[in-house]
Design a protein around this ligand. Structure first.
Ligand SMILES: Cc1ncc(COP(=O)(O)O)c(C=O)c1O
Length: 411
């Protein structure tokens, strides 16, 4: 079977636009931040929503829990784990807070993270340290380009340096990304999990971007905790994520909202968060069906290849480089391309707002730009509804924007 590629997209590329809700003239280059979903998934979500409204009592008291169990079953099959180790939450931020705020940290406990942690994850870790006396944070500096083995080496070095202090403290938990946000990089997650666990450290994998971008096998990964959004790359409706807690840790973890299901079993505690609309969580069913229709391998192959080739194309047009030119495996569906700005301190790039408004209002196309390791970068997301011609257009948009900024500097 030949898989779709950017030069032979088959059912992907612009042929997919009709399956999504984009208006004419808008191109989505930032699937990574908030995701988006096909029309059939939206219809499925509305179907669950209407089912609840037709007989709210029957639904809330009898329908909801079996429906959530069905979704956990489908996700368990998809990620190779027991469905009873999975619970649904609305997003990764909630999942991270759920685990970190459930755990009882004691004085002398440290939480380790990499400096590429997502902002709300980093802030949550800081909140834990601020509100639990004697809890510290270890930030491991990570700047790209950096090879996989070097990342593992740096993290292990930080662990060993901490242990060498022999001050009676311990690294209790490490937070590691599977795919970081900015810069978007696939981390050597399995090597990090194995290394950190070998030191007796609990490992929480932030897989916000993982499911749908890379194959996820939770039995293989063997992490202590794992969270992934479904609403980013899996194509479910916004407000759907899955939290993995293996049985050995379930007694430690409770949802952020304690309800009448407190102490009524791990799955039950998470199946009822009080009265709300649960249809976004249930839309995962249709997202998985949509993916099955085209084939998991075909989707992942197309989007990854488009990210790698499209990123190199943009860099060629700009006369720059992608962040990890020799390590295409560090790219999943999001690629970082260097922007040739002359002055990194240009006032218009001090905050993201100027470029957000310019790209959205003038070009009807937006991709986040950010500073990292002494350079200015743009993160571009590949998706099944994009083709190489979109990347070429974006390259010219970026070139025009940067040329204008550079010209202003000279004037
Ligand atoms: C690595 C990472 N972690 C956590 C999050 C938070 O996800 P959410 O806003 O869906 O809670 C994001 C969002 O982009 C992310 O990129």
């Amino acid at each position: 079977m030949t898989l779709p590629t950017p030069s032979n997209p088959g059912p992907f590329g612009h042929a997919q636009r009709k399956n999504f809700l984009f208006p004419e003239g808008f191109t989505q280059f930032n699937h990574g931040s908030f995701g988006t979903f096909p029309k059939v998934v939206e219809e499925n979500m509305l179907g669950w929503h209407r089912k609840a409204e037709q007989d709210p009592d029957r639904w809330m008291r009898r329908g909801l829990k079996p429906a959530l169990e069905m979704i956990r079953g489908r996700l368990g099959e998809y990620m190779n784990c027991d469905k009873d180790e999975l619970v649904m939450v609305t997003n990764t931020t909630v999942g991270v807070n759920t685990v970190l705020r459930s755990m009882k940290f004691v004085p002398g406990d440290y939480i380790l993270q990499l400096t590429t942690s997502y902002v709300s994850v980093d802030r949550t870790i800081n909140y834990i340290a601020d509100t639990n006396k004697g809890v510290g944070i270890i930030n491991v500096p990570i700047n790209f380009p950096m090879k996989d083995h070097e990342i593992v080496f740096r993290v292990e070095q930080a662990v060993q340096e901490h242990m060498a202090k022999k001050d009676g403290t311990r690294i209790r938990l490490a937070m590691v990304d599977w795919i970081s946000s900015v810069p978007a990089i696939v981390h050597p997650v399995k090597a990090l999990v194995d290394m950190l666990r070998s030191y007796g450290i609990l490992v929480f994998v932030d897989g916000a971007h993982a499911i749908g971008q890379v194959p996820v096998d939770l039995t293989w990964l063997n992490a202590d905790f794992f969270i992934s959004n479904c609403h980013k790359w899996l194509y479910s409706v916004r407000g759907s994520a899955v939290l993995y807690v293996p049985k050995r840790h379930q007694h430690l973890i409770h949802p952020l909202a304690i309800t009448g299901d407190y102490n009524n079993g791990f799955e039950n505690e998470f199946a009822w968060n009080g009265t709300q609309d649960y249809s976004t969580l249930l839309s995962v069913e249709a997202a998985l069906d949509f993916r099955k229709q085209y084939g998991e391998e075909a989707i992942i192959h197309y989007t990854h290849t488009l990210a790698v080739e499209g990123g190199k194309k943009i860099a060629e047009i700009l006369g720059t480089n992608v962040m990890t030119p020799d390590d295409d495996h560090q790219v999943a569906n999001m690629v970082n391309i260097r922007l040739p700005i002359n002055n990194l301190e240009h006032p218009k790039i001090e905050t993201p707002q100027y470029l957000i408004e310019l790209m959205q209002d003038k070009y009807n196309a937006f991709a986040p730009c950010f500073k990292h390791n002494g350079a200015f970068w743009c993160r571009v997301s590949a998706q099944i509804y994009l083709e190489m011609s979109d990347f070429v257009r974006l390259a010219h948009v970026l070139k025009e924007i940067i040329d204008d900024l550079n010209a202003e500097e000279k004037a």
